[in-house]
Each structure stands twice: as structure tokens, then as C-alpha cells.
Design a protein around this ligand. Structure first.
Ligand SMILES: [Zn+2]
Length: 375
């Protein structure tokens, strides 16, 4: 089964931008890219109506396996209260008492929201269960929605372990890892004051790597912690947040293979300063953008929103922001089959109801996603 997408006003292809283009999808892969007038015949045809075609967004950071609502916390924060990592514990309590059906229905709804906004690949973390059974359950359910599942038993120390953090690290690197590793591609840790320190993060990620999981990390959200350099040292695929970075962190990222994933929805929703993306890009660091969709610090599922904020408030060009939300995300998942449109790559793509991807930032909050192809 082949599909021709014709009359593409602007195609953002891997080898550059093309005007008046067309492409052919065959068996879920891109089989042909060229000029619209020379397009070959196909079994099926979609007219892009002169709209822009971009790769589907790759959202590499989400916490969708949760229950409960933290709008009151958001309201209090907007009234002046500072964000603290401990708010996660409220979601943990709600998630533990939710049924499988409730958790899966909520996450399914959010994945559908993401797709309607152009996201074709999503990573989903555990991290609101924090027991062997609850973390394992979250990953088992997440696997029904994406192959990119991340074990985040080390999200925060649960209340029952506040006086025995070492004991909780033993659990995360022992029985909980045993139960979760078969259902996860990645292991993650929140390396931050109020969560886990660098030594604990090293123990947690190393244990996961030994079990065949890829490493990722949350760090630099609330301050500099040394986590960023640890992520690079352990060859983590990505270190996420990167709002507070030292010169040594930037040097390490520039020299290593770890992507810096920025989560502007968090800064927007917590009124924190935005990360200094120009410093990263000027140093040659690969940058990704993700939503960090979660009920506490960033309850947006919208990559177009994150792109708009990255352009408006972080100083990225629209092209840089689009690249970070697609190819950058693919790099942060160490995938070469998604995030760009080239012959042979997956046909995960979006037709915009706009002549250019610039409109994603130029028209913030406006639903410009006309059609989504992909999984
Ligand atoms: Zn997160």
C-alpha cells in the first residue's frame, strides 16, 4: 500500500527544505521525495493543500502514568509559592490507589492529545508508584502505549523511606530493578537537591546499565548538582532539564554523546528562568525539546507550545526549535529511524495547516496540525 502526499508547499526534509514538493510512503516508510510535478502514481493520494510537512515530533520526556490532579498546587504557585520536588509525593499517593484501568485510560487520553498535536513518538516514565509492584505495573501499562518506556523508581524518595534513603536506593537497584528491567528500555534518576545525590544516581544508573537498560537523567532543574557530568560520564542518551549548568557541564556535554533535553513547559509552569540554550548550541551540544508532561511541574502535552516558548522566550530560531523537537528527540532516544524525513526513514510526519513551520511559534496556541501520519 503506497500513499502519495502531493502539493506540499514546504517540505522539511533531512537534506534541507524543499518548496512545491511531494513524497511517497510505502509500507510505513518514505519511498520517494521530489518535486510535486514529477511525483509518481501511488495507491492512495493526499493533497497537502500547499501546507508545510514536517517530521512527527519526538517527545522524549513524559510522566503519563499517574492519577490525581495538582491544579491547586499550580494555583498556589502562581500566587507566589515556590516549586519543590516533594509535590511528587501527592501524585504517588493518588497513583498507588488508582486501578490499572484508570491509569491506562488517563495515559491513553494524554497520548491521543499528543498525537493530535503532532507527536508520533513518546517516551513514558514510571515514577509515581515507588514500590516494586507499582513501578512494575506502571511500566507494564506504559508498554501498551510505546516501546520507549523508562524505569524511574528513583523519581523521589517515598515517604516510607525518608529516614532510610540508602535502603530505598538498595530497593531501586535490587528487587525493583529486577521487576522493572524486563519492561523498560531506559533507566532514569532525578539527580537534584531533595531527590537523589550524584553518588546515589551513579549507583542507580550503573545498576540499570548492567541490566542492559540505557541511561537518562533529570538534572539541573533546581540548581547545579554535578549530575550533568555524571550523565555524560555514564554515556547517558540524554540529560533533561539543564536549566542550571556550570561551564564544566557545558564542556562535558560538548565533548560527550549525551543530548541536553530542555523542557520549557517546566519553566513556564513554575516561573523559573529558562535554560540558556544559546550557550549549549554555541558549544556544539545536541539539544532536544520535550514536554515533560506531568501533573505537577508541566501539564502540557503540546510540542507546538514548547516550540513557541523556545522561540519566544529562549531565543531559538524556529528552525532550531523544530530540529530539537524532531531530530534532537530522535538523538535523545538514540534512534535513527525517526525525527527526520529521508528515503527509508519511518513515515512519521505531520501536515500543517500553515505554509511554514514558523507558524508553530508565530501563531501560538492555534491548532495547526492538519493530519498526522505514523504509528
Ligand atoms: Zn521529568
Amino acid at each position: 500500500m503506497s500513499t502519495l502526499i502531493s502539493n506540499i508547499g514546504l517540505l522539511v526534509a533531512a537534506d534541507g527544505e524543499r518548496r512545491d514538493a511531494a513524497l511517497v510512503i510505502d509500507d510505513g516508510r518514505i519511498a520517494w521525495i521530489g518535486e510535486n510535478p514529477t511525483a509518481p502514481a501511488a495507491d492512495d493520494r493526499t493533497d497537502a493543500g500547499g501546507g508545510c510537512v514536517i517530521p512527527g515530533f519526538v517527545d522524549t520526556h513524559s510522566h503519563l502514568m499517574f492519577a490525581g490532579d495538582r491544579s491547586a498546587e499550580f494555583e498556589a504557585r502562581m500566587a507566589g509559592r515556590k516549586y519543590e520536588a516533594g509535590g511528587i509525593r501527592g501524585t504517588v499517593a493518588a497513583t498507588r490507589t488508582a486501578t490499572d484501568d484508570e491509569l491506562l485510560a488517563n495515559a491513553t487520553r494524554l497520548v491521543a492529545e499528543m498525537r493530535a498535536q503532532g507527536t508520533t513518538t513518546v517516551e513514558i516514565k514510571s515514577g509515581y508508584g515507588l514500590t516494586v509492584a507499582d513501578e512494575s505495573r506502571a511500566l507494564r501499562l506504559a508498554q501498551q502505549l510505546t516501546p520507549e518506556t523508562t524505569y524511574l523508581g528513583a523519581h523521589v524518595v517515598p515517604v516510607e523511606f525518608v529516614d532510610d534513603v540508602a535502603g530505598y536506593v538498595d530497593l531501586v537497584t535490587g528487587p525493583m530493578l529486577d521487576a522493572c528491567a524486563p519492561q523498560a528500555r531506559w533507566i532514569d534518576v532525578f539527580c537534584e537537591a531533595g531527590a537523589f545525590d550524584v553518588d546515589q544516581a551513579r549507583a542507580i544508573l550503573s545498576a540499570g546499565i548492567t541490566r542492559g537498560l540505557g541511561a537518562r537523567m533529570h538534572s539541573g532543574q533546581l540548581g547545579e548538582s554535578g549530575g550533568v557530568r555524571l550523565a555524560v560520564e555514564l554515556d547517558a542518551a540524554s540529560v533533561d532539564h539543564c536549566t542550571f549548568l556550570s561551564d564544566a557541564d557545558i564542556d562535558a556535554l560538548a565533548a560527550g554523546n549525551t543530548v541536553a533535553t530542555l523542557l520549557p513547559g517546566v519553566e513556564f509552569s513554575t516561573r523559573q528562568p529558562y535554560p540558556d540554550v544559546r550557550r549549549l548550541l554555541d558549544a556544539g551540544v545536541t539539544v532536544a525539546l520535550a514536554t515533560d508532561c506531568n501533573p505537577g511541574s508541566s501539564f502540557t502535552s503540546s510540542m507546538p507550545f514548547c516550540i513557541a516558548v523556545a522561540v519566544r522566550d529562549m531565543g531559538m530560531t524556529p528552525a532550531e526549535a523544530l530540529h530539537a523537537a524532531t531530530a534532537g528527540g530522535a538523538a535523545a532516544l538514540r534512534r535513527d529511524d525517526i525525527g527526520e524525513l529521508a528515503i527509508g526513514s519511518r513515515a512519521d510526519l505531520v501536515i500543517l495547516d500553515a505554509p511554514s513551520y514558523v507558524h508553530l511559534a508565530y501563531r501560538p496556541g492555534v491548532p495547526l496540525i492538519s493530519r498526522v501520519f505514523g504509528p
